[in-house]
Write a protein that binds this ligand. Sequence first.
Ligand code: FAD
Length: 581
Amino acid sequence: MTRDLRTRKLLALALTFTGWQSSEAVYVTSRQNSNCRLLRSDPEWPDQQSWSSLNASVNGRLIASNPLGHVCHDPTYNEVACDALKSVWQFPQTQYPTAPDVIIPIFQNRSCDPFTPESSPCLLGPYVNYAINVSNADDVTTGLKFASENNIRLVVKNTGHDFLGRSTGAGGLSLWTHNLKDQVFVPAYESEYYNGSAIKLGAGVQTFEAYEFAHQNHVRVVGGTCPTVGVAGGYTMGGGHGMLSSEQGLGADNALEWEVVTPNGTLIIATPTQNSDLYWALSGGSPGSFGVVLSLTVRAPADVPMGGANLTIASTGVSVDTFWQAVNAYHQLQPNITDAGGSSGWILTNNTLNIAYISLPNKTQEQVTSLINPFIDTLKQLNVQYALNTSYFDNFYDHANLYLGLPYGYDPSNVVEGSRLIPRSVVLDNSDGLTSALRNITSDPRFEVLGVSINVANGTNDPANPNVPNSALPAWRDALLQLLISGYWDLEADLSTNWETQSALTNVQLPQLENITPGSGSYINEGNFQQPNYQQVFYSENYDRLLSIKQEYDPDSILYGRAAVGSDQWTEEADARLCRT
Ligand SMILES: Cc1cc2nc3c(=O)[nH]c(=O)nc-3n(C[C@H](O)[C@H](O)[C@H](O)COP(=O)(O)OP(=O)(O)OC[C@H]3O[C@@H](n4cnc5c(N)ncnc54)[C@H](O)[C@@H]3O)c2cc1C
């Protein structure tokens, strides 16, 4: 079957999809020799003794899944614990510390969440059955071997933030890298491509931890605006943008060295000069596709003073057209901010623009004000009310803390989402088209748009150390904005109601941004898992090379992720079973 045909087949399935059925049903068909990974209900599923042996061989680090939501269901219902869980379910910090749980509700599939009735059972459904709490390369090798020999779906999970559900899977054995928390400061990393300070991050280190460690060592690293995403996990492997990106590039641009166990169980180092094809693929291409990462060493240049601001405007007292003129004026300001090495992040609804941060490295408060002034002048002319605050810190950490709210941040996880990279030329030359699309998108009250401005055309912007080619989506280099369309997932509502929102995202909302940005693409880590033509949209001209590297390192396709490179060899059936196409 050609790739296009397969894609169409998958899409036909995806677009009519309204949730996975429980995987707890009893199957009697033999699956061992079929093209499908096993589910626990299959007769060939490894017996208890096999799992016990696996547990012994990883020194007791095997965890049988018991999702957090079990306290809300019989026979383990606990009213107090359940109420407490409900009140925090939409925050990433609730799920990321556990082995089986994932953050995004569409991939929880209401199998075991706190909002279904007490009497409904807590089913594993799309959750993995077991996880190995990885402590070293041997744990990974053992897990890979067990999954491969027993036809078990293998999953790699760090924090479970993934918007494409790549870190969970029915019937799965997860290699859970979250507790690889070591960080080492390297004052003078030396290589052909980079000489300077660096930090070696264990695969489980999250943004807030990396920021804190960098601060202690008077350096800075690129991390997410969501402080809980895993830097050396999906974040850098998918590209990775953050407050420092216009100054210092994408996360992937800062990768120096990956320590990775390949699917055949070999521990190797990948750098721009050693296993360089794997280095290229791991840096920005397709998270979780080429091996299991144990650590990542990143560039960590000297800390910088930071100027900052936040600003809120509302449509109160002005016409709808005037409000949208103000929104457009903010978009037009972004080249000034990004070309000065800065970035901004905001939330746009149909009547508010909440500019959560403007981050300007090496700028004083006065310089921040003068950079923003053209926009403020427009607001005054339009009679739009605003509230502006500015700040100055002599280091990045305090700036990030003020605007992002370290350690956990403010991002809720009860969303469906997809995104589009908006080239600078579109913002400057087709502002009417952009404004019109955003007006339409936000006219549906289920949706808001999260914007980020960025200029990563020149990568790390470090004259002393050259950029290294990587597999981040090339459309990043022309982008001025990353616009993420975020749909509200109602935790109390039934699945079909929320899947309607997902459907609207795919079929109505994202196409409006695609129509005004032909030839651009979408950042895979904040992409729509139902993205049509995803090979082009998420990978573009990198796809074929990524696929050939995938085939070299993972010829048996042990590592699978939704919309990952090579994933079109697989399909997820209605019961979430993974089968070869
Ligand atoms: C609330 C929220 C805010 C976000 N904000 C930002 C942001 O500001 N900037 C940004 O760029 N992105 C952001 N993202 C997207 C984020 O980059 C992705 O969700 C990313 O995949 C998270 O990586 P993780 O390792 O933490 O998550 P996981 O879900 O654990 O893993 C994600 C992917 O990486 C793979 N993976 C994880 N660890 C390993 C490993 N050790 N070896 C091999 N593969 C591994 C998994 O298999 C999976 O494919 C945000 C996401 C959320 C939910």
